[in-house]
Design a protein around this ligand. Sequence first.
Ligand code: DQA
Length: 149
Amino acid sequence: MAEQHKVLVLNGPNLNMLGVREPEIYGRATLADIEAGCQKRAAALGLSVEFRQSNNEGELVTWIQQARQSADGIVINAGAFTHTSVALLDALSLFEKPIIELHLSNIYAREEFRHRSYISPAASGIICGFGASGYELALDAIKRLLAGD
Ligand code: DQA
């Protein structure tokens, strides 16, 4: 059997607070609920998922660097670092496989400072505004990109 492709799903600052954090914007699912949904969807797609969260920009950079050796794709919800982080852009630019930028909310329908993403230039594609189900859509997208669709 061919080896399963491995996807690193990264979550940035404050996403550990999902469930209690502005539920009218981000929904009621906790990050643990979202991880469970990802694991289920990944199993159906024949992918393996490693799911992580950090409030620390440097830790996210280190994980992205390490993924060059250990992952076939990255899904990243960089939270507020989306709108500030050249360091995350630089790390993602070194990753030569599919990257999906993800946001629960539609960042383009919100405050103007959220309209600018520093990391989009490194992304294969962007999914935003679909709430927690966006994570499963992102895994579908990675699967298709890895299959060359
Ligand atoms: C977010 C959108 C960001 O603007 C915000 O800072 C977040 C979450 C989202 O998933 O909608 O932390 O990335």
